[in-house]
Design a protein around this ligand. Structure first.
Ligand code: BES
Ligand code: ZN
Ligand code: ZN
Length: 462
């Protein structure tokens, strides 16, 4: 339970102080000071560093501090936000709460019960700002829960979360909200001609599916389409991944999890926007029904696709999902998000996601979204010569360029199915999963990347 409240001396607390040391950088924990006050309470002093504190820093500071309290098994404490709000703005309360959730996160296997949250009181709020502060606190709780849920789904082992389990997990969660859901199962997808999705999915005996969700918070207004890659296990197929690249392949549905968690947060917060999401879910494995390089498949759009590499499966299933939202749901603009390319990891490592976009207004909303969330994104260019790299001689398009600018060609492949709608492409292959955490709020494994950015982006539309 996290709430706004009054300061009392008789409680453990976290205080932020101006200090030379920036304690929110890596290895911060060793430098944070614990002291015991005269009242017998533990006070955790956290240095803010010398430079101006940003919203991103607030999230980090709180993640670091909450983690420290957890290590000391302190489950009830207050946090004096006054210095942080003075440095930033009142909305930093929302980021602080998200930071707490990030910091205390623990991996949970499907079926295990969630740990109990600490009792936290946020203090240092001026009387006249109490109700606004309370709203930011509640928003932070919703985002923290949403991101935690996304992390759990992404961390779920591939053998315990098959495509249909993934769908069911989301359907159950959405019962708490006003989101309407429709699950298109394998037979239906086949009948509809969604062969870009089914050609990948039929590589496994665990069938593929497409989860469509709709949230109408602003009836009559523009509709944004969100598409997230939901490959619950990506072995690479016949273009098999090397053994040492296989850890983490269960996390290839992080885009789908981010979209589901965003939808959950938007609906919980009753944000006045319209969103329709499509999450294509499948496995990419080896069997007699798997694709092999050289195959040509049809797709929901009618375009024929030449398969050059079976490990480039994400763009195939995203293509059908994007076509579905454009053709059937008539969305006005579309964003796709996926753990799509190793190339983006080579470029930006694990802190920054790569993006593409063809519409300045839409992209600006995305930018304002990530300014608020504190996550890092970097936009790549789009040129005609890159488009040529995925032209096929025997089909309309091929699923791989050459070995260069792989993040861009992957995005351009998806753009070919957007029918010229305003579009943003987000490649979170580096940021969705980390083996060596970079920040206090980043655990080993799933990070819950992009959930709050997508949420804030949609709030910009409100
Ligand atoms: N899911 C992977 C991308 C990935 C790589 C995610 C590393 C997380 C960490 C994707 O399906 C893939 O294998 N992409 C290939 C595409 C290539 C064959 C054109 C890649 O990037 O190697
Ligand atoms: Zn792959
Ligand atoms: Zn993949």
């Amino acid at each position: 339970m996290i709430k706004i409240g009054k300061y009392t001396e008789k409680a453990h607390h976290i205080s932020f102080i101006r200090d030379e040391a920036r304690m929110f950088v890596t290895d911060a924990y060793q430098e944070t000071n614990i002291q015991v006050t005269q009242k017998g309470c533990v006070e955790l002093l956290v240095g803010m560093g010398k430079e101006k504190v940003t919203l991103r820093n607030v999230k980090e500071l709180l993640a670091c501090a909450a983690k420290k309290m957890k290590v000391h098994q302190i489950t009830s404490y207050q946090v004096d936000m006054e210095p942080l709000i003075r440095e930033t703005e009142l909305s930093s309360i929302c980021l602080a709460v998200q930071g707490i959730y990030e910091g205390i996160y623990e991996v949970l296997l499907p079926g295990e019960t969630e740990m109990e949250l600490p009792e936290i009181t946020i203090t240092g709020i001026k009387e006249f700002q109490l109700s606004e502060a309370d709203a930011f606190c509640k928003e932070g709780i919703v985002l923290g829960e949403a991101q935690t849920w996304a992390r759990h789904m992404v961390n779920a082992p591939g053998n315990l979360l098959h495509p249909m389990d993934f769908a069911r997990t989301i359907l159950e969660k959405m019962e708490e909200t006003s989101v309407s859901c429709e699950l298109l199962v394998y037979s239906k997808l086949n009948a509809m001609g969604m062969h870009a999705l089914t050609s990948v999915g039929k590589s496994s005996e665990n069938p593929p599916c497409l989860l469509i969700m709709s949230y109408k918070g602003n009836p009559g207004g523009e509709v944004t389409g969100l598409v997230g890659k939901g490959v619950t296990c990506d072995t690479g197929g016949y273009c098999l991944k090397p053994a040492n690249s296989m850890m983490g392949i269960k996390g290839d549905m992080a885009g789908g999890a981010a979209v589901a968690a965003t939808m959950y947060a938007l609906a919980k917060q009753k944000v006045a926007v319209n969103v329709v999401t499509a999450i294509p879910m499948c496995e990419n494995r080896i069997s007699t029904s798997s694709l092999v390089p050289g195959d040509v498949i049809s797709s929901y759009s009618g375009k024929k696709i030449e398969i050059c590499n079976t490990d480039a499966e994400g763009r195939l299933i995203l293509a059908d999902a994007v076509s579905y939202l454009v053709k059937k749901e008539k969305v006005d603009r579309i964003l796709d998000i996926a753990t799509l390319t190793g190339a983006v990891v080579n470029m930006f490592g694990f802190s920054t996601a790569g993006t593409l976009g063809n519409d300045e207004n839409f992209y600006q909303e995305f930018e304002r979204g990530f300014e608020k969330s504190g996550e890092r994104y970097w936009r790549l260019p789009i040129y005609e010569e890159q488009e040529k790299m995925i032209e096929s001689e025997i089909a309309d398009i091929k699923n791989m360029g050459r070995d260069y600018c792989g993040t861009i060609t992957a995005g351009l492949f998806i753009r070919a199915f957007t029918e010229e709608k305003p579009w943003i492409h987000v490649d979170i292959a580096g940021t969705a999963w980390v083996d060596c955490p970079l920040y206090a709020g980043q655990p080993k494994g799933a990070t819950g990347a992009a959930v709050s950015t997508l949420y804030y982006m949609m709030k910009e539309k409100e």
